[in-house]
Write a protein that binds this ligand. Structure first.
Ligand SMILES: Cc1cc2nc3c(=O)[nH]c(=O)nc-3n(C[C@H](O)[C@H](O)[C@H](O)COP(=O)(O)O)c2cc1C
Length: 182
């Protein structure tokens, strides 16, 4: 049994749910999982207490939560010694067309370039539109963005694009990597 840290940044909650699902899969595989919100990390949270780390973050206005980048930069050496994975949640990843999805991969790569982290595994995940949780300005901005992207502009309801099977398969793959490294 390995001790695994699954930590995340999430502005509206979708990445928190993605991180929980990854944690559930790792738990089902018999590992001891610590889930941590990097916005309010427990005192002294460090990857060095773990045998593997998954970091997840979502994209807002072209970049991931800065506090997630700060955590990764602060712990680069520990991360380099452990099996690690980065999961990037965005609306760009929801596009059906491969060319339209490219920015999701580019923003993931930009995060890795900026932090200097080289995780073993990466995944882009389609997030959600939670109109019901947005204030007036955010709802207006997202309606315009979604109008160009998916056409899902009915602000009286929420939309979820996450491929949960892909998230679970990724988590199972990471569990196998940890098992091999153990
Ligand atoms: C204000 C705002 C800005 C966003 N900007 C982008 C963006 O630049 N690119 C993108 O692909 N998705 C963008 N999104 C979509 C989010 O990445 C998506 O809603 C995701 O599910 C949010 O994850 P979270 O709930 O964990 O914060 C934006 C969402 C909001 C609300």
């Amino acid at each position: 049994m390995a001790r695994l840290l699954v930590c995340y940044g999430s502005t509206e909650g979708q990445t928190a749910t993605v991180a929980e699902r990854i944690g559930d899969v790792l738990d089902e595989r018999g590992h001891e999982v610590t889930l941590a919100n990097l916005k309010h990390p427990p005192d002294g949270l460090s990857p060095s207490e773990s045998d593997g780390v998954v970091v997840a973050a979502s994209i807002h206005a072209g970049s991931h939560q800065p506090y997630v980048g700060a955590f990764v930069r602060d712990h680069l050496e520990e991360l380099a010694r452990l099996p690690s994975a980065f999961v990037s949640v965005s609306l760009s990843a929801a596009h059906a067309d491969e060319a339209d999805r490219a920015p999701a991969g580019e923003m993931l790569e930009a995060f890795l370039d900026e932090t200097g982290w080289e995780p073993d595994e990466t995944l882009t995940v389609a997030g959600a539109l939670r109109y019901s949780q947005y204030g007036l300005l955010k709802r207006f901005a997202m309606k315009r963005i979604a109008g160009r992207a998916s056409g899902d502009t009915d602000t009286s309801r929420d939309y979820e694009y996450t491929d949960w099977d892909a998230v679970e398969a990724f988590a199972a793959g990471f569990a196998s990597l940890v098992d091999r490294e153990a």
